[in-house]
Each structure stands twice: as structure tokens, then as C-alpha cells.
Design a protein around this ligand. Sequence first.
Ligand SMILES: Cc1cc2nc3c(=O)[nH]c(=O)nc-3n(C[C@H](O)[C@H](O)[C@H](O)COP(=O)(O)O)c2cc1C
Length: 139
Amino acid sequence: MLQKLIYASQAIKPVDTGSLQAILETARIRNEKDGVTGFLLYADESFLQILEGEEDVLTATYGRIAADPRHSGLRLLQRVPISKRRFGSWTMGFDLPDTKALGSLPGYQPSKRYPLVSPDLVRNGTVAELMLGRYALAA
Ligand SMILES: Cc1cc2nc3c(=O)[nH]c(=O)nc-3n(C[C@H](O)[C@H](O)[C@H](O)COP(=O)(O)O)c2cc1C
């Protein structure tokens, strides 16, 4: 069954462009093989990622991501069945969002530290979904 999974995490140290590229390169090669699609946001040492794929594949992918020493404190915000993908053309899209601009999202107060693991996002997966939804393809 097709599912989507959204999680937030803290980088263990500031991630430079080269390291982000390395993460994306691995993710894209692997996701292409696995039929996983999604989007990754990075801001001030925090990540927010959505993954779409078959249930067993998502379990394996999330397991590997959770074990990755480049980040920690993963919080699973949402994992639900979907009827179709919203990020179908991205083996892993990426953006560095302007966290000040994110303040305009209803229900979201950006925190100074780790903005993408803000308690607003963690308490309410729909805020995270809204944030990532800005990048989704129009249906
Ligand atoms: C923030 C972040 C996002 C990642 N996203 C993915 C992803 O979408 N797909 C994936 O296969 N690996 C992703 N990775 C990399 C995995 O953690 C892991 O290094 C990779 O899947 C290779 O695993 P392996 O060395 O056990 O084969 C991500 C890592 C980080 C830190």
C-alpha cells in the first residue's frame, strides 16, 4: 500500500552545501531504485522530510535514515496511506526555506534554534504537511 511519511530531525552539526549534496546524491540514487519520492527541507541545523512509497520500502528507508549519524532526535510526524503521490516527479526535491517567511504559515511559530523541529510542527503534523505542500505538484 502506498504511504507517506513525514519526520523532522536535528543535524548533529551545521550542514554545509557539500554535505547536503552528498545526502541528496545518495538519497536520489537509492530512491530511484526503490520507487521512493519526496522532498527534503534544511534550515538552521534542522531537517523536515516527506517520503512517499510502498509501505515496506518506506519502513526500510526510514530505518536507514533514522540510523544515519548525521542527524538525531527524529520525530515521526505523520505516516498515513495515500491514494496517489504529490511529489511523484522528485526522487528527492530539496530547498533551503527562509524560516522567517515560514512564519506566515497558520499555526507555525518559527523557533530560533532548529526551526524545522519546532514544537508546532511536532504537535501538529498538518503544519509540516502544509509547509511541504508548498512544494508539491499541483494535482
Ligand atoms: C536528512 C537525511 C535525509 C536522507 N534521505 C534519504 C532518502 O530519502 N533516501 C535514502 O535512501 N537515504 C536517505 N538518506 C541517507 C540514508 O541515511 C543512508 O545513508 C542511505 O540510505 C544509504 O544507506 P546504506 O549505507 O545503509 O546503504 C538521508 C540521510 C539524511 C541525513
